[in-house]
Design a protein around this ligand. Structure first.
Ligand SMILES: Nc1ncnc2c1ncn2[C@@H]1O[C@H](COP(=O)(O)OP(=O)(O)OP(=O)(O)O)[C@@H](O)[C@H]1O
Ligand SMILES: [Mg+2]
Length: 420
């Protein structure tokens, strides 16, 4: 709003709008974008389609389980193959429908069944299965009825299935893998996707053998493969000649160091290009990649640290205080000695050393510290603990922001154990 007597000035957005953008289409670098070709996944695509082609012949494909680390292309490959399958089905007038359910978001048996049931409704039908309220049997019966009335083959994809099994057990899998016994005019197969190789350990042996008719392993990408993936996506999403020397190679190398995660590589490239654009640079350079990496690390780690339960924060603080005192390879006893004093300063009851040792292991699993168990012969075992929080992140500030009394922990004096 312009006030009287005020001169019309530039809008704060003008500068950004007139700036030359590096992106042709930023959406293509996001991870929910479905690429039309997937380099280095030819074998996996072939295995899936060789099995699913049965649906086009009116037969039942085998149930499958797909495994692989996060970002290995499991979801991308499956939805690509399912899209192609549906297209071919329409062309051949063979009704085939795939239904993808993300079990991280839809995580109870009831909700999965009602989601599948509701995705079988035509747009003019309004008979939605309610989100809660019906007995499971009734939802299941409705599902069978709808499948039978639509006919054809249904491919049910349960993505991130390990979440559901851990939370709700394997009843759903048992029911879904026995659908064919109840169906008269339709057929169904189930594809489970997991990044936990061991998730089938939780399953009833009958479910395990039904679901595991065909296992497909997605190996992590190496740096060269990640480069191909990045090059293909960047050609579509970035303007020509905006990538400086070695930028793709650096993004790929950093992501390969993690565990060959294509999602992580794509994020790095996108954030690097955003950083370059924000600083008005006409090119993305390697230093933009480094600063993107810092930002991503900090965006991921900050909520992990701030959401730690109070006792975990005290244990992490005790490790950091030991390090501030110059120690490396800190032992459990040394952490515990500081921890008990810290508890006193903030008026909390101290847990036993055994419990604290458990909390140290969970900090290790969260990637905030490394704790190596070593044997000290007849003195038993201990841990060698070091923090591994990246330098650009200030864990003390993050903890204090979420729990102000942690400040007292760091402003107090401690009696340190002396090392022999
Ligand atoms: N071969 C590939 N070519 C092009 N893009 C790929 C390829 N593999 C993976 N991607 C992209 O990387 C991102 C992550 O892949 P995807 O979501 O399929 O991983 P995922 O194996 O399902 O991981 P998670 O276990 O975490 O769900 C997506 O944006 C996907 O498009
Ligand atoms: Mg996935």
């Amino acid at each position: 709003m312009l006030r009287l007597g005020e001169r019309m000035t530039d809008n704060i957005f003008d500068g950004f709008l007139s700036r030359k953008t590096l992106f042709k289409n930023k959406e293509i670098l996001r991870h929910d974008y479905q690429p039309q070709s997937l380099p280095h996944r030819k074998t996996e695509i072939e295995t899936l389609s060789f099995n699913l082609v049965e649906a086009l012949k009116g037969h039942i494909p085998s149930n499958m389980t797909l495994y692989g680390v996060t970002g290995a292309g499991k979801t991308a490959v499956t939805s690509f193959v399912c899209d192609e399958l549906e297209k071919k089905g329409q062309e051949l007038k063979r009704p085939v429908q795939s239904i993808m359910v993300n079990c991280r978001q839809i995580d109870t048996q009831y909700r999965v069944l009602s989601h599948i049931g509701n995705s079988l409704l035509e747009s003019h039908e309004i008979d939605e299965i309610p989100f809660t309220g019906w007995p499971t049997d009734r939802v299941f019966g409705e599902l069978i009825k709808r499948m039978d009335s639509r006919k054809g083959v249904f491919v049910i994809v349960l993505d991130e299935i390990d979440h559901l099994v851990r939370k709700a057990g394997d009843d759903l899998l048992y029911n879904l893998t026995s659908l064919n016994a109840s169906l008269n005019h339709a057929r169904a197969c189930v594809i489970g996707i997991s990044n936990d190789l061991k998730f089938t350990d939780f399953l009833d042996p009958r479910v395990r053998s039904r679901l595991g008719q065909l296992d497909v392993i997605f190996n992590p990408y190496d740096a060269e493969q990640l480069q191909d993936i990045l090059r293909q996506r960047s050609n579509l999403s970035l303007n020509e000649d905006v990538l400086g020397d070695g930028v793709i190679a650096l993004c790929a190398a950093l992501a390969a160091q993690e565990h060959g995660d294509a999602r992580c590589a794509l994020d790095l490239l996108r954030v690097s290009a955003e950083k370059a654009e924000q600083s008005g640079s006409p090119m993305v350079e390697q230093h933009h990649v480094r600063s993107a990496q810092h930002q991503i690390e900090s965006d991921q780690m900050t909520p992990i640290i701030s959401k730690l339960p109070s006792q975990q924060k005290l244990v992490l603080s005790s490790i950091l205080i030991n390090e501030k005192n110059g120690l490396r390879n800190i032992q459990t006893g040394e952490v515990y000695a500081i921890y008990t004093q810290a508890c006193r300063y903030v008026g909390q009851n101290a847990l036993t050393q055994r419990r604290v040792s458990g909390l140290i292991s969970s900090l290790d699993m969260l990637g905030l510290i490394t704790a190596r168990t070593i044997s000290r012969g007849r003195y038993g075992r201990t841990k060698e603990i070091n923090s591994c929080i990246p330098q650009n992140i200030d864990p003390v500030m993050i903890m204090v922001e979420s729990e102000p009394h942690i400040e007292d922990v760091f402003s107090s004096n401690y009696k340190h154990q002396s090392r022999l």
